[in-house]
Design a protein around this ligand. Sequence first.
Ligand SMILES: CC(C)(COP(=O)(O)OP(=O)(O)OC[C@H]1O[C@@H](n2cnc3c(N)ncnc32)[C@H](O)[C@@H]1OP(=O)(O)O)[C@@H](O)C(=O)NCCC(=O)NCCS
Length: 227
Amino acid sequence: MSPSNRIAVTEPAAEDFEQLPFWYGLAGVDQKDYSAEIHGFTSALQDGYLGVAVGKPGRGNVETLLDLDQSRWYYARTSARVLRLNGEPIGMLIMGAHWRLWEMMKKRGAHLTGATIDGFPLGEVDFMIAAMAMAKLHVLAVHPDQHGRGHGRRLIREALKIGKADRLSMLYGQFRSDRPHLRKFYTAAGFTVLDPGEPMPLYMATGTEGDLLVVESTETIFWTTVP
Ligand SMILES: CC(C)(COP(=O)(O)OP(=O)(O)OC[C@H]1O[C@@H](n2cnc3c(N)ncnc32)[C@H](O)[C@@H]1OP(=O)(O)O)[C@@H](O)C(=O)NCCC(=O)NCCS
């Protein structure tokens, strides 16, 4: 590749989050108002807590979270990367905590044993560690002008690299079932792609039989273990 065609996976800048509606739109997600999310990412980046509890295996991620206000945990467990061609953004990757699991995490802790670690209920800490063993791919998108050139695969490699450094056991996501090319894309990338509407067992993460990530038949879940 010539020096004038330089590809790089970079950390995001605040203005990259202004483009979130575009990237979500490519993935077929059409939310009306993105302002809260853009504000959430921008604040997390500017205040220095975006992704700070990622990639510090052992007790590191948990200890980092416990030092932060709980309202910051979600973004502290979220990673964002921008794929740039000669400095221009051509792709976006966002992965990490999933609201539904994190809401479960909060509820679980409340009625378990009275024991605590650093003031947090023991059950909550257990479930936190479990929820941290898996990450959701929220955004993985490449600019339409750049499709079919291996950039999507490059972003998957980056996601797995982040997951490995974080010692995740599982990386998963979901796409609209009416987008069959994504089944090919994720299968080619080594993911297991479930049937439309098939729920994903969460036992691996939560340790509780019967815990399921349930989706409508209009949605399809894909997942892989992280090598
Ligand atoms: C999915 C997406 C990221 C793929 O990016 P890309 O850069 O075009 O993909 P790559 O060039 O890396 O393709 C890797 C492999 O995926 C498969 N693949 C990718 N696009 C495909 C398509 N449209 N149809 C069939 N297979 C496809 C092929 O097997 C390809 O390997 P090959 O080129 O050796 O045949 C891109 O299409 C995109 O941004 N789509 C819109 C956003 C989106 O839907 N994201 C996923 C939401 S969960």
